[in-house]
Design a protein around this ligand. Sequence first.
Ligand SMILES: [Zn+2]
Length: 484
Amino acid sequence: MAELTDLRSAAALLSWDERVGMPSGAASTHGEMLATIKRVEHEKFTSSDTGTLIEQAETEVSTLDADAPARRKVAVTARDFDKATRVPSRFVVTHTNAVSAAHQAWREARERSDFSRFEPHLKRVLELKQEYVSFFAPADHPYDVLLDDFEPGARTAEIQRMFDALRPRQVALAKAVQERPAVDDAFLHVPYAKNDLLEFAIDVISRFGFDWTRGRQDMSAHPFAAAISSNDVRITTRFVDRNPFELLFGMLHEAGHALYEQGVSQEWNRTSLIGGASLGVHESQSRLWENIVGRSMPFWMHFYPGLQKRFPSQLANVTLDQFCGAISRVKPSLIRVEADEVTYNLHVMLRVEMEIALLTGGLDTKDAEECWNSKMADYLGVTPGNSADGVLQDMHWSVGLFGYFPTYVIGNVVSAQLWSAFQDAEPAWEGQIQAGDFAPLRTWLQREIHQHGRRYQPRELVRRVTGNDIDAVRYLTYLETKYS
Ligand SMILES: [Zn+2]
């Protein structure tokens, strides 16, 4: 596993470089390097030798306590091995080619805002997803198989229950907020000097506890976090003129991912336990730092005077209340990645409901755009004027990512559950945040979540920390308290 982990780290480093530092002429050389590393890693991992070693190790650890690290390591490795070997390599090649064509078609379709150009590719990708599901038969629900790749152990029925709890109250909350006078956020959309905002954002994540000796920060076209290992975690952000504060909130978000990876126990280095429990748990960390902390009054009581001093011409006449209102403004919109906290989950639920219907035959790809538009009208009260701002806006389906979207909602839901558990554990939290002291929060998260890496599956991890299953109630309470 040490060698395999090294290969995976090397691939992650190359991928980061492709998005941040690579000269454009090196694209094909990089593509070949990455393909070779991934192929060697896949061959080594899925070999019959690995299977034999796993069987031997399973026997060796069978008498250990169920929670013993060695036993957990073997269990996680066995699970990964099972998943990797059930899928025939001819399928992997077919899938890679199909999504490469689909992604190209999606780009063209989006540029021309013409869903019909993408529709046959969507149909083909779905057929392959159905074939993929068949490799894991029998499943309670076909969508469980896709979900499990991103959220180990999660079930479609649970997700649907969570959505049924969230949907009516989030739709009602979004409507109620819309009926109040609109919040003025014009001062967020005037020119801000990029370098001054960048310095400010770097100061904030340093306070959060981002470890610069084991991480770095750069600019890229789309913000992301890349964990090469827990000792090398890299984040990016971007600057766009029409929305300068995306630089700040994007960085807070990615710093949440980075703190998770930097906090994984050093004992798990070069084992199957490095990384996070799931995409949903990962997203709970980024959302917690970006939204629950980064868009809160106590946070800005500490940071706003400094921000005002840096940007007197933009903010001198803007009060703390006005600023906090503006950064939490609710406005139903067409685009998921620009959505506010109240409407964000609604964007995601719409996609997941469609994915389930597409996969199980309840929805034909030819009717996908119509379905999208009618759900947008029902949930958000807005209807896209064109395909590019509607059904074609996200790249996920074009690259074969089905089962991925639910992790965004799980992230929001879990962030509120963890936040509530932290408040119980640390009654002085508000004063700490007002004083810019994030060590108690970071230390608590590190102890309860980060250090474990992949040792526990999401459901088990959340239960250990909060005493409860993953459940929408805390998130709804958080939203309704804040936005009413
Ligand atoms: Zn994220």
